[in-house]
Design a protein around this ligand. Structure first.
Ligand code: ADP
Length: 237
């Protein structure tokens, strides 16, 4: 496949010896330019998948191959990874340093802060931020330096509609320029206008991995990925 960045083969995860699979036999190849929506109900296994892809947890079985340098992977987990006593500027900077091992340039911090409406918050400590401001700081940590691969688990939770549009527009422009992003989001109506591919997960299993336009054919009257997801699940019942 051209410009392959990530390849997952038969990824499975069990959290306990006697528990069922949270994720079972996940296969997927991800290439440059893709903007992928990962959708499914609560508990479907999306965060498990993102945590494996982001390197937080190891799969019980399966193989993950990355064909892009770790410094080029921006990861925004669902849980808050933030240093509360540091300022927004320091938090964003730390995200870059942890990923790349090198110091950020202040213009890069200012650029990403301005994109996410954080320019006025750079010298505030994280503990003083609202939920939406914190989430934007986490997104900034993940996307500073324009990584080639972005793995974003519910990045838009707690964001207002304008900030959501900004994030989706940014992801669209980056992926059109050759980056790749995997995103889980509850903003299924908005994101339908942006994503190029949909991976639908139900109870740990991929039930559809398909071009976004084709996925929407499951709900021809709707412009919401969630309606197509529900129709897709019903279709299998
Ligand atoms: P989603 O992100 O789609 O809501 P998750 O990946 O968080 O789903 O969860 C998938 C399943 O794995 C759920 O049944 C959840 O309860 C279980 N699970 C997730 N994390 C853990 C954990 N750390 N320990 C035990 N079970 C977990």
């Amino acid at each position: 496949m051209d410009d392959l960045l990530l390849s997952a083969r038969e990824l499975s995860k069990k959290y306990g010896k006697n528990s069922s699979y949270a994720l079972e036999k996940f296969n997927g190849d991800f290439s440059a330019g893709e903007l992928v929506a990962v959708i499914g109900s609560n508990g479907a296994g999306k965060s498990t998948l993102f945590d494996i892809l982001g390197g937080l947890i190891k799969p019980t079985k399966g193989v993950l191959n990355t064909f892009v340098d770790n410094t080029q992977i921006g990861w925004c987990p669902q849980c808050e990874v933030i240093d509360w006593s540091l300022t927004v500027r320091q938090n964003i900077s730390l995200g870059f340093e942890l990923r790349t091992g090198s110091f950020r340039r202040s213009d890069q911090i200012e650029q990403v802060a301005s994109l996410l409406g954080l320019a006025g918050y750079l010298d505030r400590t994280a503990e003083t931020l609202s939920g939406g401001e914190l989430r934007r700081t986490q997104i900034a940590r993940a996307i500073i330096g324009n990584p080639k691969l972005m793995i974003l688990d519910e990045p838009t939770t707690g964001l207002d509609p304008s900030a959501i549009d900004t994030v989706f527009k940014y992801l669209k422009s980056q992926t059109m320029a050759g980056a790749t992003a995997l995103v889980s989001t509850h903003e299924t109506s908005k994101f339908a206008n942006y994503c190029t591919r949909v991976i639908a997960i139900d109870r740990g299993r991929v039930i559809k991995d398909i071009e976004a336009a084709k996925f929407m054919e499951y709900a021809p009257q709707s412009n919401d990925l969630w309606d197509a997801f529900k129709a897709c699940v019903e279709d299998r019942a």
